[in-house]
Write a new protein. Structure first.
Length: 270
């Protein structure tokens, strides 16, 4: 794509806007990704050039949401990185059951939930392992409205169900034309909501936060800000899961590194 379409000045303007609004950091090495997403947006909206589109997203918050949606990467699947769910089942949940006082509800946030596979995986697992009278509730958020709509619908095509154990598929899904629909009792445990991680979610006293393969798109300052907002949102004894290729090492944060026999994660313990 030529500089006539997207000059260096245009690139700087767009990446600064994206960073200021979302914390997502585009560098020269992934400029081509931004260019291709922009070209697609201009074609879909019949907008003649990047400057006209920039004016539109600068003035209209809904247009801006749609643009941020278009540049995000939404790679996910059920039971992605099984070791995390093993650690949730065998370490985190038993620890929470021992330490929580005053209520028997475990509150979980799936931040950057994409199309819903992660929160539904958590919901199915907890439905299997939580003893009565324990309950759970899950908040699932993303910056992509399109992904949230898929999650709310709870329908997954045949090629999207890889990784789901056969027993779970039979117990928690109905086979319908073209794919599988998750049961309403599981869907009722999850609240899907739009959220930009650059902002405070308003959540407090969360027991577990999953934010996997999200902060990798942020620079160091934005990563630290997001992680510290998680700290504020979490209960005094709680657990944070991030992607296996992500780390809080060297970051100015209060979380403790926790190595279990299943996976590594982080703990808030005060």
């Amino acid at each position: 794509m030529s500089d006539v379409f997207f000059s260096d000045a245009d690139f700087d303007a767009y990446r600064n806007l994206i960073y200021n609004e979302s914390g997502i950091h585009f560098t020269a090495t992934n400029r081509s990704i931004l260019e291709s997403r922009l070209k697609e947006q201009l074609r879909n909206k019949s907008i003649p050039d990047v400057k006209t589109y920039f004016d539109a997203i600068s003035k209209d918050k809904e247009e801006l949401k749609g643009f941020l949606d278009s540049i995000t990467t939404n790679l996910t699947r059920f039971f992605r990185n099984q070791a995390h769910f093993d650690a949730l089942e065998n370490h985190v949940i038993p620890e929470l059951i021992k330490s929580k006082t005053g209520n028997n509800t475990i509150r979980i946030w799936s931040a950057g939930c994409s199309t819903g596979e992660e929160p539904y995986t958590i919901a199915m697992l907890l439905s299997e392992i939580l003893p009565p009278p324990w309950k759970f509730e899950i908040i699932a958020s993303d910056i992509s409205l399109k992904c949230l709509m898929t999650g709310k619908e709870g329908f997954y095509a045949n090629n999207r169900i890889d990784g789901i154990p056969e027993a779970y598929l039979k117990k928690y899904f109905d086979k319908i034309e073209g794919g599988y629909k998750i049961h309403s009792d599981i869907m009722s445990k999850i609240r899907f909501d739009y959220h930009n991680l650059k902002n405070d979610s308003g959540q407090r006293n969360l027991d577990v936060v999953f934010c996997r393969n999200v902060i990798i798109y942020f620079d160091e300052a934005a990563q630290t800000a997001v992680i510290n907002r998680f700290w504020e949102a979490m209960a005094n004894k709680s657990f944070l899961f991030i992607g296996h290729s992500e780390s809080l090492f060297g970051m100015d944060t209060k979380f403790e590194f926790l190595k279990t026999q299943w996976a590594t994660l982080y703990r808030k313990s005060i």
